[in-house]
Ligand binder design. Structure first.
Ligand code: GUN
Length: 308
């Protein structure tokens, strides 16, 4: 396979998904339903602000309504719960998203358990987690569904293959493993305490890196021809690291000069790409798919709530 064809182009697939969502929004709008997402942001985390802004912008582009509720960093559990209760009671609201991470003083599980499960576009409510586990998915977390959509659209076989998920978060690792299992993969979950990680990941025909450690996955972790999906997203702000991660990569260096930072994933792309069969880049891989699936989940919530 030509090197360029190896790339799993999340941006292109996300654009396809957005077009489909946009067409659905147009049909719903004709019936008097304009899907609306309310996002809740607590504090001033710069990355969270960028994500929430980007989600709102994308929804607007597709003809949906999006509201952002910004609480101070020192907002109390009670204040946040009052806001969730108010959104739950508002019949105009189709989807509710509370951006993570939340300040340490907030009990996040309590908050996600309080969101109306039918409007839980993140799929973090225990009822949605349970339905997924039972193989009766309703609202499913955006990143793992986006990855499944990409694998399906790229006609990457899952059934019977060995899939290894590195990372066991509630947002990505656990639901990802469950979706792959339901698609009949043989699934292994690795994490920070896994002994001899490379030996386990080296068995993977499909390798999902969602561990939150920059460039952890190197060529020694990857089998020849494996499909590698990189969920990591890390800002690299020093030139020395950029030059080490992307030697001779003029595009990355130019991006660094322009913005003072570049994004890197959990996978050491430069060294893994020659070995992989297919691989997602960072940026332009999983990130755009996550937002595209959020728009799809917002439409889904708007329909579910109305029995459509
Ligand atoms: N922070 C990082 N990823 C996510 C996500 O998928 N949903 C929410 N709510 N917060 C996040």
């Amino acid at each position: 396979m030509e090197f360029a064809d190896k790339k799993l182009d999340g941006s292109r697939i996300a654009a396809e998904i957005r077009d489909e969502v946009s067409a659905e929004v147009a049909i719903l709008t004709k019936r008097g339903v304009i899907p609306r997402l309310d996002a809740v942001l607590v504090g001033e985390d710069p990355a969270s602000k960028v994500y929430v802004g980007s989600k709102a912008k994308t929804l607007a582009t597709l003809g949906m309504i999006s509201e952002t509720h910004h609480l101070r960093e020192d907002a109390s559990q009670a204040e946040l719960e009052t806001l969730i209760d108010r959104l739950n009671a508002d019949s105009e609201v189709d989807g509710i998203l509370v951006q993570l991470p939340l300040p340490g003083t907030i009990d996040a599980a309590e908050i996600f358990g309080r969101i109306d499960p039918v409007r839980d576009v993140d799929g973090f409510h225990p009822e949605n987690v349970g339905l997924l586990q039972q193989g009766r998915p309703r609202m499913v977390p955006c990143t793992p569904t986006g990855i499944m959509e990409m694998l399906r659209r790229e006609e990457i076989e899952i059934k019977g293959r060995r899939a290894v998920v590195v990372g066991r978060s509630d947002i990505v690792g656990k639901p990802m493993a469950m979706l792959l299992l339901h698609a009949h993969a043989t699934v292994t979950i690795c994490h920070s305490r896994t002994r001899d990680l490379a030996e386990v990941t080296g068995q993977a025909e499909i390798l999902i890196a969602a561990v939150g450690v920059r460039s952890l996955i190197g060529p020694e972790h990857v089998a020849d021809g494996a499909v590698v999906v990189d969920v990591g997203m890390h800002r690299v702000t020093d030139l020395e690291t950029v030059e080490r991660l992307y030697p001779g990569n003029e595009k990355k260096l130019a991006a660094f000069e322009k913005r003072g930072a570049v994004l890197a994933g959990d996978v050491d792309y430069t060294r893994v790409a020659p070995k992989a069969g297919r691989i997602t880049p960072v940026p332009g891989g999983v990130g755009p798919l996550t937002i595209a699936m959020l728009t799809a989940n917002t439409v889904k919530a708007a329909k579910l709530r109305r029995g459509l």
